[in-house]
Design a protein around this ligand. Structure first.
Ligand code: AMP
Length: 307
């Protein structure tokens, strides 16, 4: 089993009602890799950073089985920078700054050693680049999952629609699903999005869990009610890492196994939000993950007599 992860590796400045963290390590591919490496090795990382990105961050990922040959380092430019501020509900946020920097002319070259990977996670990134990665793979992966956001729906909708034709699973949050489909009902939105290409649609609803749609079926994974949520940044990417990590580990891409995978995704995301940035993801052990999965089983386990 092997997994290619494509996305941003970045600096983030995050403001939540509980504090502010300046220029900490973030990026969609960073969160996916930290999470997925709990389940699958190697993780083949594809990204781009500037001369300001700490070497130790890449080394820490290498130590967890994340290959970084596909992470280009541009010596005379700065890394992607994003700043966001969360509202009081912690479910919604405003983007304050998006400095593309190195991302502006990213033209990823997939290393030869990455060819033949069975799973592909296209983390949130310029849709044209997501497409370019698919085109470079000589053997189509067993499963292609794509994450995106409103920024690209506003900036590059046609390119996004093109790449959607090539993927198996789309992951978006509820407002993005509505924006992409022009439908308020998430059921109608998912149906419209499935007609654009993806066979499966996952709609994330922050602290209210996530929905998995396939044909006329739907499955729901709750989010764990937590006492303290410090920083939701990266929760979506961590969810994605848990989802595809579980599928890659089990090599089973049936709808039934995807149900388990969104529970794993929710469990992993529940760790991510407990501290700022990737801090919590760096600490957790297999025992922590197993314990949390057991909590999820309890959360939704009930008997009902059908009447
Ligand atoms: P999430 O909270 O899961 O949506 O992901 C947050 C991460 O996405 C942050 O660490 C940012 O660095 C990264 N990010 C924010 N905006 C973009 C964008 N337009 N393209 C790619 N990555 C982004």
């Amino acid at each position: 089993m092997s997994l290619i992860v494509v996305g941003t590796m970045a600096f983030d400045t995050i403001e939540t009602p509980f504090g502010k963290a300046e220029k900490i390590i973030g990026g969609s591919a960073t969160y996916v890799a930290w999470c997925a490496s709990n389940f699958v090795k190697p993780v083949y990382q594809v990204s781009i950073v500037g001369n300001d990105f700490p070497k130790e961050e890449l080394e820490q990922l290498n130590a967890r089985g994340v290959e970084t040959e596909g992470v280009e380092i541009i010596m005379d430019k700065k890394s992607f920078f994003w700043a966001g501020k969360y509202h009081l509900d912690m479910n919604s946020r405003d983007t304050l700054v998006t400095d593309l920097n190195v991302l502006a002319d990213f033209d990823p070259k997939i290393p030869e050693s990455y060819q033949g990977a069975e799973f592909l996670m296209l983390g949130n990134l310029v849709p044209k680049i997501q497409q370019a990665v698919i085109e470079q793979l000589r053997v189509r992966p067993k499963l292609i999952v794509l994450d995106t956001m409103n920024f690209w729906m506003e900036d590059a909708l046609d390119d996004l629609k093109e790449v959607l034709k090539r993927v198996d699973v789309l992951m978006v949050n509820d407002s993005e699903a509505r924006q992409l489909s022009d439908e308020f009902s998430l059921v109608k939105a998912a149906r419209k999005i499935m007609a654009m290409g993806p066979k499966y649609v996952i709609i994330k609803k922050g602290e209210h869990g996530a929905l998995l749609f396939y044909k006329d079926q739907v499955f729901f994974a709750p989010a764990l009610p937590l006492e303290d949520v410090f920083d939701p940044t990266g929760a979506g990417d961590t969810f994605a890492g848990g989802f595809i990590g579980h599928l890659a580990k089990t090599k089973d891409i049936s709808f039934n196994n995807m149900k388990t995978a969104i529970i794993v995704g929710s469990a992993m995301a529940s760790f991510c939000v407990e501290k700022f940035g990737t801090e919590r993801l760096k600490e957790i052990t297999k025992e922590d993950i197993d314990k949390r999965l057991a909590q999820f089983r309890e959360l939704v386990n009930f008997d009902i007599e059908l009447v």
